[in-house]
Design a protein. Sequence first.
Lengths: 192, 411
Amino acid sequence: MLVRDVTQEAAILDARTDAVDTTRQEEFGQFMAARWPSLVRLAYGLTGDRWVAEDVAQAALASAYAAWWRVRRAEDPDAYVRRILVNTSNRRFRRRRVTEHAREPAELPDRAVADPSDLIGQRSVLLSALRELPGRQRAIVVLRYWEDLSDAQVAAALGCTEGTVRSQASRALAKLRGSAALADGVPGRGAA
Amino acid sequence: MSTLDEQVLSQRLHEDLDALAAPPAPVGPVLHRGRSIRARRWAAAASGLMAGAAAVAIVVSAQTGGPAARPAAARTEAASSSPDPARTSSPPRILNSASPPGGTVFAAGAAGGAAWQLSVRNIADRGSSCLPAVMLDGTDGDLLSAPANVANGIISTAFLDNAPGHLGFGYAALQVGPAVTRLTATFRDGTTLTAHPVPLRACGQQLHLAGFAYPASGVAQITAYSGGQLASTARETVPASMSGPGSAGSATGQPALRLVPGVWEHTGATPAAVASGVIGSGQVSGGRWRVSVTLGAAGECFAGSSFGASSYSSGSACQPIGLPPATAVLRPLEFAAQTRLAGYGGLVSPRAATVMATLSSGTTERITPVTVGGRHYLALALPSGTTLTRLTLDDASGHAFATVTSVPPSG
């Protein structure tokens, strides 16, 4: 055939692209479904707000999907995504200090609604105290004492040295000790 | 650091965080968001390459002493949510953003240097009802009908071209079945664009919408795909009054004549009227009159009729659908050949329980707004030669909360 039918070739290429997309979506969907609860909880520990946590987890997973070819080839995809999530959370905290979001009146609810935080009870004393810590210290506390990661794993997630992890953890614990967060659970120590 | 502190901290963290019940994983929205990020990165990389190429061209030109080769326009266009913007192209001056802002916005970009966005809005009064409509920048609403039982096809296609403030461009909004993963649009100038439907909920309905801006030449064909398969119809479109026979649009650069600028044009099945009702009636100058409103594919249409002792006349006019106003927006109505009547009809704030109309003759008339399709309307007819000078809006407690004096003249 002297003249190639490029319109047919285009259709075949499109079909192949979609087939690859479908496989990638299924693979990522399984990965996400398995990790979603723990990532939301990790984000909850980092942000102290469950609704923000869901958004941070979604944003982190979306970034992971955008670079899925790299994530799935990583030595430890979970660590990769965890690092994305911590960075996403930190960026959000940085932005929050300088940004205010305006809402159009049309998007406001028709009638008064209850504060969503009422649905999950009062935010715990510990999570409130965590929010007072600098971002890196907060991440170290959650990764070390909730995820039970080693200092090396925490350092890898945060892109710092193990020595930094240990020193920052020590400072964070000292600050928490000064708050009511740890007081009433430790025998012999009152809230003062 | 005490081990006891660490144990307590670990225990407390597990108590707080493990107790959190995560909702089901939102895989679909995350995939969509991820595709947007990827497309944005591609677009940024592509524009960086273009800028680099332009810089090289300028340097080469300076070294040779010749005129700088005119660099190709740096196109940052990318299909809405397209995973591969490199495959898309459209004429300069039109940008289809790869990453709609989210929320109720399902397509965004820039055309002719101005930003645009397509979103779904409730055009009924808040707290009264819910009528979802696609809106361009919050105006020019196009009512969405309930999703048909179509899994992988195009449910509806609507085009808006030469809208006020958007001359020389067109916009398309498509509602598709949930299985549609990709749409390709071929424009009449030969360029193509890939778009991905965005799932969103509006008025309790799950909708899958896509949209894009298109050049003045118009859209030739839109094809829907589900996975790797052709999902439905490659739909031949005849949108664009800009591109139709006899149109002055693309040929002369002048906007084509449309009966109602700002009202969307549908191809395929035309959506049925969503709501209709009489918003005013009465007797003036010995004749009876009546005004009704219909919300549908033709926009917001007012129809007036008058009955004299031996005559009957009627007239109607349509306008783009807008959001309910904070006060009142009236338009003059014509009763066709009936010259003894002048009329007004329009929307009022849902807060208005009654409206006091003051006429140029000094008389006043109290009107109760009528609800049609969850929107509050009023209509009145005046003897010819009399004009409406003021509207005073009272809330349910009788408190006047707004006065409107800028009423357009009738007749």
